[in-house]
Design a protein around this ligand. Structure first.
Ligand SMILES: Cc1ncc(COP(=O)(O)O)c(C=O)c1O
Length: 424
């Protein structure tokens, strides 16, 4: 089992190699898988559409599946009016950044050119996305080439400073934001992940944090831009995370789970105010100069439409909320492991923070790659695991069954125990 080689097949939660070895896809194939692998309905949507038209451009033209998808997306996204399609999450965020900056220029407001973000945020690997989601470990080598942003701290429930409550901590963070917002009228947009920071270490925001930022944005006339690429579409237990957070954005991006995780597609949605600012006569040059070859691909759109239909038909969000309770059965057992400092769980996401000292909450640091150790040990237990820094992440297919999640969690515990001696 330790010797999984090339993946040749997938079935449900399982990835299968050329020799028939099986591992549980605990990563949801990079956090995007919804219905497991080889789902017949999604495959059917792909094959049916691929016999009609495989790709046709959205430049001047349109196609049936993409129009249907635009309707589906605006229907499920309160406050959103129009959709700009792309083919990966990083591009969707580039588009969100360009839309937000150009909005102010289109309406003749030239002072608003700065972007505010949260420390630890992650929004993709292209240059704009790296700038607004600057993770020093990933992007340090390009620091000089990135544009500067105004970063604010995030109240991390696990690391509340001594002597204050979580509420105080959160208020301090919000005060910092308000203080800067009120200083200059130079901020175009506030960009953040919706509900939780994923790559930044599974930091689930305390209640009200996101809603209060959205209110500050309204108060100071700053666009509120949300990244739901990893956290929307049920990952945190709601179809649209910003609805749960009571924080309607001006612009929001979806990706990953949009096609059930089968084909590459992302979308940037905007409200009417943003959209309207881009219309005018051709010579006004108000349009958004952005378009990718595969923007609006009809096969990806067809599978996305089928995926959304299935969420509704099979009541997936309710199922996630029920199945997600299985995680809590294992909290104590995981926390009892001496290198586990914290577990953070919401919906179909769990982050397990590894520490070298529980009391002082010191993150485990080692010269070895923790990710490699967990990947190897995970394979021996029959799971495909990926860690980010000292955080073990469980991001399984959203439709995972209760007994399968039990199996995944038991195997994760065994993996952490086996990996322990290899990383300390
Ligand atoms: C929150 C968030 N935004 C954007 C992206 C970038 O998406 P992609 O990898 O499709 O470019 C990711 C990818 O992990 C993400 O987690």
């Amino acid at each position: 089992m330790g010797r999984i080689d090339k993946i040749t097949k997938g079935k449900g939660i399982w990835l299968i190699d050329s020799k028939g070895n099986k591992i549980i896809d605990a990563v949801g194939s990079m956090w995007c898988n919804v219905w497991g692998h080889s789902n017949p309905q999604l495959i059917n949507a792909i094959t049916t559409q691929s016999k009609k038209i495989q790709h046709s451009s959205l430049f001047n033209l349109t196609n049936e599946p993409i129009e249907k998808l635009a309707k589906n997306l605006t229907r499920i996204s309160p406050g959103m009016n129009k959709v700009f399609f792309s083919d990966n999450g990083s591009s969707a965020m580039e588009i969100a950044i360009k839309m937000a900056l150009q909005y102010w220029s289109n309406i003749g407001e030239t002072k608003k050119t700065q972007i505010a973000t949260l420390e630890n945020g992650y929004h993709g690997d292209t240059f704009g996305a790296m700038s607004v989601g600057y993770v020093p470990e990933f992007f340090g080598k390009f620091k000089k080439q990135l544009f500067s942003t105004i970063q604010f701290p995030v109240p991390n429930k696990y690391r509340v400073p001594n002597g204050i409550t979580l509420v105080d901590y959160q208020n301090n963070c919000l005060d910092k934001i308000e203080k800067r917002f009120s200083k200059n009228n130079d901020i175009a947009a506030f960009i953040m992940e919706s509900g939780a920071q994923m790559a930044g270490g599974v930091i689930i925001y305390p209640q009200e944090f996101q809603r209060k930022i959205s209110k500050l944005c309204k108060k100071y006339n700053i666009l509120f831009v949300l990244d739901e690429i990893a956290t929307g579409f049920g990952r945190l237990g709601s179809m649209v995370q910003y609805e749960e957070q009571k924080s309607i954005p001006d612009i929001v991006a979806y990706g990953k789970m949009l096609t059930g995780g089968y084909l590459t597609m992302a979308a940037t949605l905007a409200n009417k105010k943003i959209y309207d600012s881009f219309s005018g006569e051709f010579y006004d040059w108000k349009h958004l100069f952005h378009g990718h070859t595969f923007t609006g691909n009809p096969i990806a759109a067809s599978v996305a439409n089928e995926n959304i239909l299935m969420y509704e038909k099979y009541n997936l969000i309710k199922k996630i909320q029920k199945t997600s309770k299985i995680f809590s059965k294992y909290y104590q057992e995981i926390l009892d492991i001496d290198i586990v400092g914290d577990i953070r769980h919401k919906g179909m996401l769990m982050g397990i923070e590894l520490v070298s000292n529980k009391e002082k909450k010191i993150p485990i640091r080692t010269k070895k790659s923790i990710n490699k150790v967990f990947f190897e040990e995970g394979k021996k237990q029959g799971i495909y695991l990926r860690t980010l820094g000292n955080i073990v992440m469980l991001v399984p297919p959203l439709s995972i069954k209760e007994n399968e999640l039990d199996m995944l969690l038991s195997r994760t515990i065994k993996t952490i125990q086996a990996a322990k001696s290899k990383i300390i």
